[in-house]
Design a protein around this ligand. Structure first.
Ligand code: G6P
Length: 608
């Protein structure tokens, strides 16, 4: 997936496009490009490999000026990161396009267009769009009609912005399956993959729906729906401001976001619990109907959000609700048996992950009771298309490795588990205890954060290692999976998570003095079992790094450990996640990797 931005104004749009790209870099950062229409009617384009900063260097020596333009930051799907594959793509001098998504029938279209004499200069799927547009323009169609004709030939997902040298007064955009917003200014208008890219210039947005095509002029926006009918789409005011996501005093966004967790967890609980009670009305009216009827839950998500779902499964089954959890990319192509009255739950930070969104859409044909999403972005497609949305209030998460989004998802899922527990006989006393545990969570997370310096010290033992093993049992198994994912994505150390009881069935063969083994040791009924598993590691010379409850006694010959205090059982998976985030962070800093934008990854994956 990629980020796109476009603008039409009375002023030079280049600084607006470049700031937009910087803000969209989380969506991909292996190459970037910009094309603006100069007042003499020429399209001028500059592209470069690497991050947006590289493109800025090129612009510093070769400035561009124009009042209409489009730009792109890329995460390679078709074709390696190279200047020729960077967007905008052009068909000669005729038209320029930026695209986020994947055109699945690009090979057929490429063959057809090549046969007609169009020559290709890249390996991308996007270049076929540029030539398709040029073909239709060549047939005498105007730009809007050429976009309609071209999109009708395309199979796949796209958010497009198109600029044409002959058109000083309008940009055309289209979306299907990939996100696109229109930012409304005063005598100037903008488009982008998300709201955040445009916050420096506006807080007023139109969200396009599937199949929409829009004509963006300086003073007006005209939207046509999938059938070509002119439609009104509401203008919404975003509550976010341009400064919401500054790094502040922190060296990296990731560290800032880790330290924001006490505040955003409190924010996520705000108005949802009060005096030992869950305020279920805060989920909305539709939620009551679904929760009353739900006999089981299917959870679908990707990446870190999937790990949140795995933790929630333990919580839901504990209160008697059957639950299965699956990654969205598997779910959508599987023959799923849906038991009667099953609630479909998606979890997503961005609300735009292509696989999760496709799974939600698929679920609507499969006989589920209804859909509920746990999501961090109110304007996202997932929120708009779900029956009920339980919002996490983590604020913008910029670091590619998810931290505060994960812990706030777990908080939202705890609330959901409480709501369902009420329907399965939870008494007032139990509810009070569990709500109080949630209330004390921000303080417990603060205590865990105070280990940061000690963990920085501990990280020295990891920086030179090439492998690491994370162990856990019960809810701490998915917590271990999340710890391993954090370490591998930002420090590039190969890390695996195993249920501690499975160690003897294979991974034990890997354990030696070069294999650090990391384990959370909460004070729970599985403690003795986990300790026995850790004995097995010690017997093979494995080095143990433990995060444990100060109340427990660890009967092992040698280990490194840091202790946590006052941990409550129901929220312990959330608290124990914190040291694992810090361990990954400090290890990556020691290794000198790009913590906020690790190689090959992107924050929001809006392609399949
Ligand atoms: C990408 C991100 C992960 C995230 C996953 C799912 O892989 O790098 O951090 O967990 O997508 O994203 P979502 O927005 O649906 O939670």
């Amino acid at each position: 997936m990629c980020g796109i931005v476009g603008a039409i104004a009375e002023r030079n749009v280049v600084p607006i496009l470049m700031e937009g790209l910087r803000r969209l870099e989380y969506r991909g950062y292996d190459s970037a490009g910009i094309a603006v229409r100069a007042d003499d009617g020429h399209i001028q384009r500059i592209r470069s490999v690497g991050k947006v900063g590289e493109l800025q260097h090129r612009l510093d020596t070769q400035p561009l000026v124009g009042r209409l333009g489009i730009a792109h930051t890329r995460w390679a799907t078709h074709g390696i990161p190279a200047e020729r594959n960077a967007h905008p793509h052009m068909s000669g001098e005729r038209v320029a396009v930026v695209h986020n998504g994947i055109i699945e029938n690009h090979a057929d279209l490429r063959a057809e267009l090549s046969a007609q004499g169009f020559s290709f200069t890249s390996e991308t799927d996007t270049e076929v769009i540029a030539h398709l547009l040029a073909y239709h323009l060549g047939e005498g169609e105007d730009l809007l009609s050429a976009v309609r004709s071209s999109t009708s030939r395309m199979v796949g997902a796209y958010a497009l912005a198109v600029a044409c040298p002959d058109e000083a007064e309008r940009l055309i955009v289209a979306r299907l399956g990939s996100p696109l917003v229109i930012g409304i200014g005063v005598e100037e208008n903008f488009i982008a993959s998300d709201v955040f890219a445009l916050l420096p210039v506006t807080q007023r947005f139109i969200f396009l729906e599937e199949g929409d095509i829009a004509e963006i002029r300086r003073g007006s926006v005209r939207v046509l729906d999938a059938q070509g009918n002119e439609v009104e789409r509401p203008v919404r005011i975003s509550q976010l401001t341009a400064s919401t996501a500054d790094k502040g005093p922190y060296r990296h966004y990731m560290l800032k976001e880790i330290f924001e967790q006490p505040a955003v967890i409190a924010e996520t609980l705000e108005g949802r619990i009060y005096k030992g009670r869950l305020l279920e009305e805060s989920f909305g009216h539709e939620a009551k109907r679904l929760l009353d009827a739900a006999k089981g839950v299917h959870i679908i998500a990707c990446g870190t959000s999937y790990h949140a779902g795995l933790v929630a499964r333990y919580w839901l089954e504990e209160v008697g609700v059957p639950c299965s959890v699956e990654v969205a990319s598997e779910f959508r192509y599987r023959q799923v048996v849906v038991p009667k009255d099953t609630l479909f739950v998606t979890i997503s930070q961005s609300g735009e992950t292509a696989d999760t969104l496709a799974a939600l859409r698929e679920s609507k044909k499969m006989g589920y009771l209804g859909s509920l999403c746990v999501c961090n972005v109110p304007e996202s497609s997932l929120v708009r298309e779900s029956d009920v949305a339980v919002m996490t209030r983590a604020g913008p998460e910029i670091g590619v490795a998810s931290t505060k989004a994960f812990t706030t998802q777990l908080v939202a899922l705890r609330l959901l588990a409480l709501a369902l527990a009420r329907r399965h006989g939870m008494d007032r006393e139990k509810e009070k205890t569990l709500v109080e545990e949630l209330e004390s969570l921000p303080r417990q997370v603060e205590v865990a954060l105070s280990l940061s310096e000690a963990i920085e010290e501990m990280a020295n033992a990891f920086a030179e290692k090439t492998h690491a093993l994370f162990l856990g049992r019960g809810t701490f198994y998915p917590v271990a999976m999340e710890g391993a994912l954090k370490l591998k994505e930002i420090s590039y150390i190969h890390a695996e998570a195993y249920p501690a009881g499975e160690l003897k069935h294979g991974p034990l063969a890997l354990v030696d003095a070069d294999m650090p083994v990391i384990c959370a040791l909460p004070n729970d009924p599985l403690l003795e079992k986990v300790l026995s598993n850790l004995q097995e590691v010690r017997a093979r010379g494995g080095e143990l790094f433990l995060f444990s409850d100060e109340r427990i006694r660890i009967n092992l010959d040698h280990y490194h450990s840091l202790t946590l205090a006052d941990i409550c059982p129901s929220t312990a998976p959330i608290v124990y996640t914190i040291p694992l985030q810090l361990l990954a962070y400090h290890t990556a800093v020691l290794k000198g990797t790009d913590v906020d934008q690790p190689r090959n990854l992107a924050k929001s994956v809006t392609v399949e």
